[in-house]
Design a protein around this ligand. Structure first.
Ligand code: FES
Length: 100
């Protein structure tokens, strides 16, 4: 279990996430507005989020496919991840996720 803090321009929501879920599933299961256009297949990029610096190195590794997609997304930066590709673990307890 991990507490995840989702931040958007207008809101901040703290939710409990279960290990093994993706960040996109956590958002969708908690009525947080985070669109996943390809339903988590990792091919659309609409679920891009920005991860708290303190947690960026605790996340599961990016696949080559995720790296390729993040490279071509507008507004991408060092903290970008696809929410559908981030797997929850205990290590992520307290992580802040910014939804652009
Ligand atoms: S939902 Fe399409 S890349 Fe994540």
């Amino acid at each position: 279990m991990a507490k995840i803090i989702f931040k958007s321009e207008s809101s901040e929501t703290i939710v409990e996430a279960t290990n093994g879920e993706t960040l996109l599933e956590v958002a969708n299961n908690n009525n947080i507005k985070l669109f996943g256009g390809c339903c988590g297949a990792g091919v659309c990029g609409t679920c891009q989020v920005f991860i708290d610096n303190n947690f960026i190195n605790k996340l599961n590794e990016k696949t080559p496919e995720e790296l390729d997609l993040l490279d071509v997304l507008p507004n991408g930066n060092h903290n970008s991840r696809l929410a559908c590709q981030v797997i929850i673990s205990d290590e992520l307890d307290g992580m802040v996720v910014v939804i652009p």
